[in-house]
Design a protein around this ligand. Structure first.
Ligand SMILES: Cc1cc2nc3c(=O)[nH]c(=O)nc-3n(C[C@H](O)[C@H](O)[C@H](O)COP(=O)(O)OP(=O)(O)OC[C@H]3O[C@@H](n4cnc5c(N)ncnc54)[C@H](O)[C@@H]3O)c2cc1C
Length: 439
């Protein structure tokens, strides 16, 4: 078995791991490696999402304060980065509509949250029914919010481009290297890896950053961190709209969620960065973070079911009335393409479900639940002396990956875990980003 030593190991080459690598190489002299189990970076959620640079009006400034701040800062950062690389950043704005009269109150609250989270009044407006119809004549609703500070991008492409910058700045990437074990030995992190050829390796480091997406909780548990948490996985599927619907709206349309605590259950009408339209995502419960297909899902059936039976806290989830009703009503409906399209048809009546014949991509959300059976609303940054574990990093995680990474690198420098060495001609100053986050 070979043994190698690094200052910092990043587990996972999704948008977050790669963004961290980018800021670390540009701002420190640390010897860094990203370990990625797949052949390419961004093979999972970071390429399998809606592709929106989300405006922060959907995030409660208290319960989701990290997501709210990083979503606000992410917009300008992705805009700057995309321009510097001549990659499309389509500032196309978004409409959030009230399907029912009672949703108007929610829209008003969203406007308050948006302003608290940094939006200016010129960026976000309430539109009544007539005003909404004036810009979107095919939409039926009771009113809407129009936010122009919202954009469409290709996060897979952005991650790959950032990865190239990271490699140019001296960072290392080991693809097809899967972490299968991790432990703390005399305040060093000892990581066991298996390569594609089934070769086993040991790599050690002073510090590890766990950005393994749907596997991050499993890795944290091996470090005895976050043992009170459990995760559940939901596959979000999309259906491509036929060409004839391309001009049906000029904006992506989201609706006030039926259940405010579970916004991921309501599908949207999406105009993607390349101009084609999709409906989605839904939320189909699956057994693992890579359960895109039946066989992958079945592989995870036994381990996940065992975990459910053994984990005490999970049982409290089934005493949680809202969750049980969610499971029986909303999630059960997620299995049906027809029900998903009908939900969007409520506000876009011109749609004919029979015309949706092509699947779009699908991406898996891994949601963290605590030992009381409650879903955790914000991302969790759990540390010990040798590791930082980023858990529950769901939407708007892609939007927030750059600012969150700049903040973390600044903190590692402040904590003297790495030395600050700044490479010239950078797009951002990390102190500046840090001072704007202020959690
Ligand atoms: C359906 C859907 C729609 C979304 N839409 C949006 C959106 O419009 N806008 C937005 O901002 N956010 C959106 N999100 C959220 C966003 O995509 C995620 O927050 C973000 O991609 C998470 O990035 P990540 O790097 O943490 O995880 P990932 O992209 O999952 O990356 C983790 C990486 O770790 C690797 N890995 C895992 N285990 C190991 C191991 N043991 N060893 C080595 N490597 C390992 C994986 O292969 C993977 O490449 C959406 C999410 C979903 C599911």
């Amino acid at each position: 078995m070979h043994e190698k030593k690094f200052d910092i190991i990043i587990i996972g080459g999704g948008i977050l791991g790669v963004s961290l690598g980018y800021f670390l190489t540009l701002n420190s002299d640390a010897n860094i490696v990203i370990l990625e189990r797949e052949k390419n970076v961004s093979s999972h959620t970071s390429s399998r999402n809606t592709g929106k640079v989300h405006a922060p009006f959907l995030y409660d400034p208290i319960k989701k304060k990290i997501f709210a701040r990083i979503s606000f800062l992410g917009y300008t950062m992705w805009e700057t980065y995309s321009k510097s690389k001549r990659i499309s950043f389509k500032q196309d704005g978004v409409l959030e509509i009230a399907k029912e009269e009672k949703d108007i109150e929610v829209l008003k609250k969203y406007i308050e949250w948006g302003i608290k989270n940094g939006l200016e009044e010129k960026d976000i407006h309430f539109l009544n029914y007539q005003e909404t119809r004036a810009i979107e004549p095919n939409i039926i609703c009771h009113g809407s919010i129009y936010c122009k500070r919202d954009a469409s991008v290709n996060y897979g492409l952005l991650t790959t481009t950032l990865k190239n910058d990271y490699l140019l700045a001296g960072g290392k990437l080991l693809n097809l290297h899967e972490v299968i074990g991790i432990k703390n030995k005399n305040d060093n992190c000892v990581i066991e890896i298996v390569t594609k050829d089934r070769e086993k390796k040991i790599i050690t480091s002073k510090y590890v950053i766990n950005t393994a997406g749907g596997h991050s909780l499993d890795i944290a548990h091996q470090l005895e961190i976050g043992l009170e948490f459990f995760d559940l996985h939901f596959r979000g599927e999309y259906w491509k709209a036929p060409e004839e619907y391309a001009k049906l709206t000029s904006h992506s349309i989201y609706s006030v969620p039926k259940r405010l605590n579970f916004p991921f259950l309501d599908p949207h009408w999406i105009i993607k960065a390349d101009g084609h339209c999709e409906i989605g995502p839904n939320a189909v419960p699956v057994f693992g973070p890579y359960s895109y297909h039946l066989l992958d899902n079945l592989k995870n059936f036994l381990p996940k079911t065992r975990e459910i039976f053994l984990k005490k806290g999970l049982w409290s989830l089934f005493y949680n009335r809202e969750f049980v009703s969610l499971l029986t009503h909303e999630i059960a409906g997620s299995f049906s393409k027809r029900i998903m399209i009908q939900r969007v048809k409520q506000f876009l009546p011109a749609l004919d479900p029979k015309k949706f014949t092509t699947r779009g991509t699908s991406g898996i959300r891994s949601l963290i639940i605590n030992d009381k059976g409650n879903f955790i609303p914000d991302t969790l940054l759990l540390k010990n002396s040798i590791s930082l574990n980023i858990l529950n990093y769901n939407s708007p995680g892609a939007t927030g990956a750059l600012p969150l990474s700049a903040m973390i690198v600044h903190e590692l420098i402040n904590d003297k875990l790495i030395n600050k060495v700044t490479q010239p001609n950078q797009l951002w100053n990390i102190e500046d980003i840090y001072s704007k986050i202020k959690f």
